[in-house]
Every structure is written in C-alpha cells, then in structure tokens.
Ligand binder design. Structure first.
Ligand code: G3H
Ligand code: 13P
Ligand code: ZN
Length: 311
C-alpha cells in the first residue's frame, strides 16, 4: 500500500466520532514504536516530520523509514510535514512524496496567512497532497520559535469560514488552550480547553476537520521516572486526556502528540542508565525506549483518540 493522504482518514474520523493520532518522528525507534502500536490496534496513523526533524535526519532517511513501516505493517499511513513555515519547505516535502503538509503562517497577519496558505494549497493540490493551515496562536516552543503564553491567542470563530473559503485548505488547526511542550500549565491550575470556541468553529464549518496541536498529556509516571533518575522537570503538566477524548468525538479529526513520546523515551533511557551504568550497547537502552513508546501510543489510540480498529 502506498502512503495515503489525510483526506479519507478525516472523512471517516469525522463521521465516526474519533480522531487520528499525528505523532512526530525523528528516528527509526520512534517510527517503529508508533507503527507497531498502530498495527496491533489496527489503527490509521499520521507520522509527522517537523523542519527540525528533517534537518536532523536529512530529507531522505525519514521518508524511507516510513516507507519501511508501510511494508512491515500494511497500514494506511499518512506522511505529513509539521509546522512548515515557508512555501519552499512545503514544496520540497510535496516533491519528496509527503502526502500532507502543514503551512503554519499563524504568526502572520490574517491577509498574509491567507496569501501564503493559498500558494501552498495550489501547489499541493496539483500534486494530490492535502494541506493543514492554522489560525490562532499556541503558546510554547516550535523549533526556534518560542511563543510566550501572553502572546498566544485563541482562534476567533468569526474568521474561520472566510479563511477556509479563501485558502482552500483541507483542515484547520485552531487554538483552544492547548500548547506545545511539557510545561503547558502552571502547577496547581486546572487545565480547561475552550469547548465553546471549538463548538462555534464547528458550527461555522460543518463537516470540516479540525486539528489540535500541543496535545500531549505529560504522563506523570514518566516525569517521575526522569526526575528519579537524575533529571529535573518540576511542574511539567499537560492536557487532561478526557478533554482530548471529548474533542475527538466532536469535529477534531487530528490530534498532535510529540512531547509524551519524548518523555517516555527519555525516562526509559535515564532509568536504564541509572540501573546499568556500565552498559554502552545502544540497542540495550533504545529497545526498552521503543517498547515504552509503543505502549504509550497504544494507550492513546484506544483511550484518547478512539481510532483503534479503524484502519
Ligand atoms: O510542534 C512541534 C513538535 O513538537 C516538533 O518539535 O520542532 O522540536 O521537532 P521540533
Ligand atoms: P506536544 O508538544 O503537546 O506533544 O505537541 C506536539 C505538536 O503539536 C506537534 O505539532
Ligand atoms: Zn504543533
């Protein structure tokens, strides 16, 4: 089976009241952990590559590893560019065989966001590739761009219809209180997503797939594992999983998760070295890290996204 675009995945997810997991990938073990989980749960999956990941691994390796995952699993897999910030980067990924790209011009003015998104849509659609765009700004860190909580802003529902009509984008990332990274909320606060905004957006865009970035829940078991094995991550708090599950039942068709997998990988490796200080075979610590990525992804597919059995 070749790579698939997100179009059909989202149509089914919207109707079925579930969401597709979009997991960031940087190396072989992460790709294997995610896709082995998806295979066991018979779930469709989006593997996404940020510009930082593409720089780290180079433009060929991740595409070839994802192709290997398709051969191994036979699953519908979409290869997506996460947070593309220029037309040239989006074009380069389309040319490399990605089946979906995100153009993130959310930090630009409304008109500039529309102009750049439209340019990407024209090129991508001519090549059968779907386009995710973003309106509203999340707090947190994306590559070199660090958006402080004060500078982040919720999506304005009154803007979405015009934006989608004028750009022709296929899905829209909105800001309803999620944010990137592991430090999403101050300790002691009670995270609450803005379902009122999500519902207003959905009414204005019936049947249209909505995307949530910054949707890691920051499992405290892994924060603890990191902190008990030489790390220092006080106050790392994420999005409650029951709120993500609720969003997945509504118009949210794609939920982005990266930090939770990083925490599982780092916690596992820290613990391993603490317990095995003389070990230096990478397979010994990357193997258990891959296994824990698989377990956390299985948990997300079944309990958060609801996309198990939907491949
Ligand atoms: O939203 C950003 C993703 O977590 C990717 O992070 O830019 O460090 O690869 P990265
Ligand atoms: P997290 O940092 O919450 O995992 O978000 C990842 C993301 O949105 C990737 O685009
Ligand atoms: Zn993101």
């Amino acid at each position: 089976m070749p790579l698939v675009s997100s179009k059909e995945m989202f149509e089914k997810a919207y109707k079925g009241g579930y969401a597709i997991g979009a997991f960031n990938v940087n190396n072989m073990e992460i790709i294997q952990g995610i896709t082995e989980a998806a295979k066991e749960e018979n779930a469709p999956v989006i593997l996404q590559v940020s510009s930082g990941a593409r720089k780290y691994a180079n433009r060929t390796y991740l595409v070839k590893l994802v192709e290997a995952a398709i051969i191994e699993t036979g699953l519908p897999i979409c290869l997506h560019l996460d947070h593309g910030d220029t037309f040239e980067l989006c074009k380069s990924c389309v040319d490399d065989g990605f089946t979906s790209v995100m153009i993130d011009a959310s930090s630009k003015s409304f008109e500039d966001n529309i102009a750049l998104t439209k340019q990407v849509v024209e090129y991508a659609h001519a090549h059968g590739v779907t386009v995710e765009a973003e309106l509203g700004t999340l707090a947190g860190v994306e590559d070199e761009v660090n958006v402080s909580a004060e500078d982040s802003s919720y999506t304005r529902p009154e803007d979405v219809q015009e934006f989608v009509e004028r750009t022709g984008c296929d899905s829209l990332a909105i800001a309803i209180g999620t944010s990137h990274g592991a430090y999403k909320f101050k300790p002691g606060t009670k995270p609450q997503l803005r379902f009122d905004i999500l519902e207003d957006v959905s009414k204005r865009l019936p049947g249209f797939p909505i995307v949530l970035h910054g949707s890691s829940s920051v499992p405290q078991e892994y924060v603890k594992m990191i902190n008990e094995n030489g790390g220092n991550m006080p106050g790392a708090i994420g999005i409650p999983e029951d709120q993500l599950r609720q969003a997945a039942k509504l118009s949210v068709c794609k939920i982005n998760i990266d930090s939770d997998l990083r925490l599982a990988l780092t916690g596992t490796i820290r613990k391993y070295f603490n317990e095995n200080p003389a070990e230096f075979d990478p397979r010994k610590y990357l193997g258990p890290a891959r296994e824990n990525i698989k377990q956390i992804v299985k948990h997300k597919l079944v309990n958060v996204l609801g996309c198990n059995g939907k491949a």
